[in-house]
Write a protein that binds this ligand. Structure first.
Ligand SMILES: Cc1cc2nc3c(=O)[nH]c(=O)nc-3n(C[C@H](O)[C@H](O)[C@H](O)COP(=O)(O)OP(=O)(O)OC[C@H]3O[C@@H](n4cnc5c(N)ncnc54)[C@H](O)[C@@H]3O)c2cc1C
Length: 406
């Protein structure tokens, strides 16, 4: 076969690195399932991300991304957002992550909190929060995890009781809540008592950062990230009646309106990190030479990187499906797809980062090359916001109809 004719994979041997994408998209990651607008958004966000790079300053990037309209692409236009959906917001996070500067609070502030307020908030709540969440001048954290409940959210005990003045009094504890210090408020998942059954049902409350009785202490995490995690104590926190978001009786539905976007966005976070790590490894493998050819010529190095690329692409397709289902209002189908996308992206990310570190040999563990810290960061996507095992449980029970062990 001549060196210029395509081989059996369809690759033209004269164009190393050419892949079987349908379109000749000018931007990294452009594929046939994306519209021109999406490709353009990807390119613009990618350019912003590359300007900031791995040593980014979170606040500066947040402000700039807000001004450019990227933080609120999913929020309604009438409140200053871009009028898009989770498809667009996930694309923003994926591209920032690919450039080495993921904004974790995108998962929380516009994706969970912005979505829940846009879908279930009162007009006053929408006016108060959405324009600021969209342009980045306001940020909201999200707290559901509790020390004694963990993955079993049915067990959360943060309780809200009605105050005589019609407001609410919250008591409870939360752990691992991200960005509480930089957020103007935290959307806290609490429970109110059902008047008929006496059973506790989940409800969402906006708790301002400086509310009396609301205290936070940072958790000493082994993570290199701009956002910290906190343990929270709510000790008789008094809130006005309008701190409750949505209907007291539709807690679960409203909660999942926020949790499904969170899963899609965590998939985007993982994909971005995986693509970032893979790109560093490919660059290195193409130039590092200890024998006759660069190390990337050895299949023991090349194949695992190729595998990582394939698995990231597959996860991205699933993420796209989940985001599309969510944006078109297919909440039930989006639930299954969002779980699958989060699972696939986290697993692909962990593998890509592991192989990237290995590709760099000793340099993979130096600070200079910036990959070693991703080993820990990648694991976040496997644990949060719902662990790998809990997704496998969900698929076993909900999709396959298998019995439960718990
Ligand atoms: C960096 C980071 C940021 C976070 N940010 C936030 C945030 O902003 N807001 C927030 O509310 N939370 C946040 N979290 C918390 C996160 O969502 C939880 O850590 C996660 O839900 C798992 O809960 P857990 O840590 O209590 O683990 P546990 O529930 O104690 O689980 C421990 C292990 O047991 C396994 N396990 C548990 N139950 C089962 C079962 N039935 N079958 C099989 N295996 C099981 C789990 O898969 C896991 O491997 C964050 C966590 C991290 C690490």
């Amino acid at each position: 076969m001549s060196s210029s004719s395509p081989d059996r994979t369809g690759t033209n041997a004269t164009t190393p690195g050419g892949t079987l994408v349908e379109s000749d998209a000018p931007t990294p990651g452009g594929t046939f399932i994306e519209s021109e607008e999406h490709t353009a958004l990807r390119a613009a966000v990618s350019a912003l991300g590359r300007r900031h790079g791995r040593d980014f300053d979170r606040e500066t990037l947040w402000r700039e991304a807000g001004k450019l309209g990227y933080l609120g692409v999913n929020l309604p236009e009438e409140y200053g957002g871009g009028g898009g959906g989770i498809v667009e917001l996930s694309l923003v996070l994926e591209e920032l992550g690919t450039a080495g500067c993921p904004l974790l609070m995108l998962i929380v502030s516009p994706a969970i909190c912005g979505t829940v307020i846009a879908r279930f908030g009162t007009d006053a709540q929408k006016r108060q929060w959405l324009p600021g969440l969209a342009d980045g001048s306001l940020t909201m954290a999200f707290g559901i995890t509790e020390p004694d409940a963990g993955s079993n959210s049915h067990r959360i005990t943060t309780a809200a009781r009605k105050a005589p003045d019609g407001g609410w009094i919250l008591n409870g504890r939360k752990v691992f809540v991200s960005g509480v210090d930089i957020a103007d408020a935290t959307l806290v998942v609490g429970r109110t008592e059902d008047a008929r059954t006496g059973r506790l049902k989940p409800c969402l409350f906006i708790v301002p950062r400086d509310a009396p009785g609301f205290t936070r202490s940072p958790i000493d995490m082994e993570l290199r990230a701009a956002e910290k995690q906190f343990e929270l104590v709510l000790d008789d926190v008094r809130l006005p009646a309008d701190a409750l978001v949505g209907d007291e009786d539709a807690g679960l539905l409203q909660l999942f309106a926020g949790l499904n976007p969170e899963r899609v966005m965590t998939a985007a976070f993982a994909l971005g990190m995986g693509r970032y790590a893979l790109a560093r490894a490919v660059e290195y493998a193409g130039t590092r030479q200890v024998w006759k050819e660069p190390i990337g010529a050895h299949q023991a190095i090349a194949h695992p990187l190729a595998q990582a690329h394939i698995e990231l692409e597959l996860a991205r397709l699933m993420m796209r499906k989940a985001a599309h289902l969510y944006d078109t209002g297919a909440d039930a189908a989006a639930g299954e797809a969002a779980n699958m996308a989060k699972y696939a992206a986290a697993e692909a990310c962990v593998k890509a980062v592991d192989q990237a570190v290995h590709t760099l040999g000793g340099n993979g563990l130096t600070r200079e090359y910036g990959l070693a810290s991703l080993v820990t960061a990648a694991r976040v996507a496997r644990i949060a916001p719902v662990s790998r095992e809990m997704i496998l449980n969900y698929i076993s029970h909900q999709s396959l109809g298998l019995p439960k062990s718990y």
